[in-house]
Design a protein around this ligand. Sequence first.
Ligand code: FES
Length: 188
Amino acid sequence: MADSSAAAAAHHAPSGEVTKRDLLQLIAVAGAAIGAGAIAWPLIDSMNPSKDVLALSSVEVDLTPVTEGQGITIVWQGKPIFVRHRTAAEIKEAQDVKLSDLIEPQADSARVKAGHDQWIVLIGICTHLGCVPLGNKPSDPRGEWGGWFCPCHGSQYDTSGRVRHGPAPANLALPPYAFESDTKIKVG
Ligand code: FES
């Protein structure tokens, strides 16, 4: 028995006509896809963060000019970042302190990168009410523990950025960063 649906198709639409219509539909679909693609690209492109924003998401810092005992402040994502090149005495002081003497006990080794303990990198925002502590410039007061002094209410931080005198309740926070070489870090 002959296939009735095939027979019906042949009856209603000769094979040449079906092929032409399919082709026209294919062209229409392809055209729509190209059109959609052309519209989508500028939209996607406009959703990408601008180069300025990308640049701020991480900052490379050349450590070469920062001599021992000196600190610099850079800005990362709108926050001051302290980078201090610690002297041997400052490192020893930070390492020798008894953890039980600390308001927020944390070993110095947990606050620096292994093999780079001469560098301390901190978010320079006092953990009390958010002032920027002093201590990076050579002329700045550094407090009794030789680190940073917050002029707002007198909090003091040691050479590891740990709070030693309140009212600040916590150590200066550490930003995410990595050494790209011995003389370059990338913050963020
Ligand atoms: S904000 Fe630093 S001591 Fe209050």
